[in-house]
Design a protein around this ligand. Structure first.
Ligand code: FAD
Length: 405
């Protein structure tokens, strides 16, 4: 008899609400992540699912339930719970340069390793064997953190190896997209023994995960022979930094961020991301993002600058971590008014305001949606007049009916 996924995962995969985080494979060896036709990671049954997996995944899988935001001293309808709102950067110039924006996530993770508070950092990085692919990565030192710095705009399942990590002793830091962080947060809520292993969950604002095909299209446009590529990055090494393929002969072929993201990757995103209610990393201890200057179109109003991150501390633990990294001289920060975040993140603001309208379109067409309680979608929608929201619903209904989800 063919092996079957737990019923909740069947619904998630059929409803296209799987984000590809790998949590299911990370908690049950009967599930493996495999690539679909566009190169997104999706769960596949490789054995008989454990008893209890279905119930656990119904509360922890981000395709079934999006983690609700926690209480904090402040809460913004677009940006979620926060303790402090800052801009900042790593003080280590190499980390700042290699980081996607200001290298803040890398600096915080390294701080936890160097102070001995954590033993390993679970994150995502380029596969050294197959540079066009992105793998779950484990860092124990500065070299590992530097290798993983920068954003990979491609499918990654950073939670797929979770069980193996938990089987080994040690305290862990997790870095992942908001859906990855939400999955782990929900698992920690369900299992206090797992929660006790994590020193911090770090995340970032995320517009969407593009398919692996998006990477292939960049490589094609660069005229780079895939088998001659020694290293491939999407960002970093400057701010915003270019997508770049370093060839085996040392030549570097580059594409500007506005072109790689704007013209290619943003057209290749999975459906789950279009209805994501928490692209702002609302349940992480700390969420970082690009603190662009200017750029009303959502792109930086400059070619290259020294990296700067937006930083939202979201829990008491995250706030203390940022304060400690700053006191240790690993991070430099400045206060930012929460009202100014919208200037740096116009796309995220638009998306949060339209989310309820998009979710309605899925409901009207009989589609499956993850539970989305406690994410202030009503409050976010109030920031947008009714007509554009109705248009958003109608537009998505039309695309769904035309088979263009
Ligand atoms: C798919 C994607 C979409 C994004 N969308 C936005 C956006 O809309 N707005 C915005 O401001 N910022 C976005 N970012 C985040 C942004 O590019 C920076 O990561 C953020 O500004 C933090 O920068 P930093 O220099 O502090 O991080 P760094 O110090 O460079 O650390 C980045 C960390 O992210 C991890 N990482 C990289 N790629 C992945 C991945 N695919 N899956 C899981 N973990 C990963 C790395 O392992 C590393 O630990 C996105 C990132 C990704 C990967």
């Amino acid at each position: 008899m063919a092996q079957r996924l737990p019923p909740i995962l069947e619904k998630v995969v059929r409803g296209e609400t799987c984000s590809g985080c790998g949590l299911c494979a990370g908690i049950d060896p009967a599930i493996a992540m495999t690539r679909d036709a566009r190169g997104f990671f999706r769960p596949r049954a490789v054995g008989k699912a454990r008893e209890g997996s279905d119930a656990l995944l119904a509360t922890a899988c981000p395709g079934a339930r999006v983690s609700p935001w926690a209480e904090a001293p402040h809460r913004h309808p677009l940006w979620g719970p926060w303790w402090r709102c800052l801009t900042g950067h790593a003080t280590d110039p190499e980390i700042r340069h290699r980081g996607s924006s200001g290298g803040v996530i890398s600096a915080l993770a390294l701080h936890l390793l160097q102070t001995g508070e954590a033993d390993r950092v679970l994150q995502a990085a380029m596969d050294p064997e197959r540079p066009l692919e992105t793998i779950a990565w484990r860092s124990t030192d500065r070299g590992g953190i530097l290798a993983a710095a920068g954003s990979r705009y491609a499918p990654a399942s950073p939670l797929a190896g979770l069980m193996a990590e938990l089987d080994r002793p040690g305290r862990l830091v997790f870095v992942g997209k908001p859906c990855d962080a939400g999955a782990l947060r929900q698992l920690c809520d369900a299992d206090k023994a797992i929660a006790a292993r994590f020193v911090a969950i770090l995340s970032f604002f995320c517009a969407a995960t593009p398919s692996q095909r998006g990477t292939d299209r960049i490589v094609e446009a660069l005229g780079a022979a895939p088998d001659q590529i020694a290293r491939f990055r999407y960002r970093g090494e400057g701010w915003p930094g270019s997508a770049a393929a370093t060839m085996k002969d040392g030549e570097e072929k580059r594409m500007r961020y506005a072109e790689s993201w704007g013209a290619i990757l943003s057209k290749e995103v999975q459906f789950r991301c279009k209805i994501c209610p928490d692209g702002v990393g609302g349940v992480a201890d700390v969420a970082a993002a690009d603190a662009w200057y200017g750029g009303e179109d959502g792109y930086p109003a400059f070619e290259e600058a020294e990296g700067r991150s937006l930083i939202l501390t979201r829990t008491a633990r995250g706030d203390a971590l940022v304060a400690a990294a700053e006191a240790a001289g690993r991070l430099a920060t400045e206060a930012l008014a929460i009202e100014d975040v919208v200037k740096m993140q116009p796309h995220q603001a638009h998306r949060r305001r339209h989310l309820q309208a998009r979710a309605l379109a899925v409901r009207l067409t009989g589609g499956f949606l993850p539970a989305m309680e406690g994410l202030d979608l009503e409050a976010a929608a109030r920031g947008e007049p009714l007509l554009p929201r109705l248009k958003a619903t109608a537009g998505l209904v039309r695309r769904i009916l035309e088979g263009r989800r």
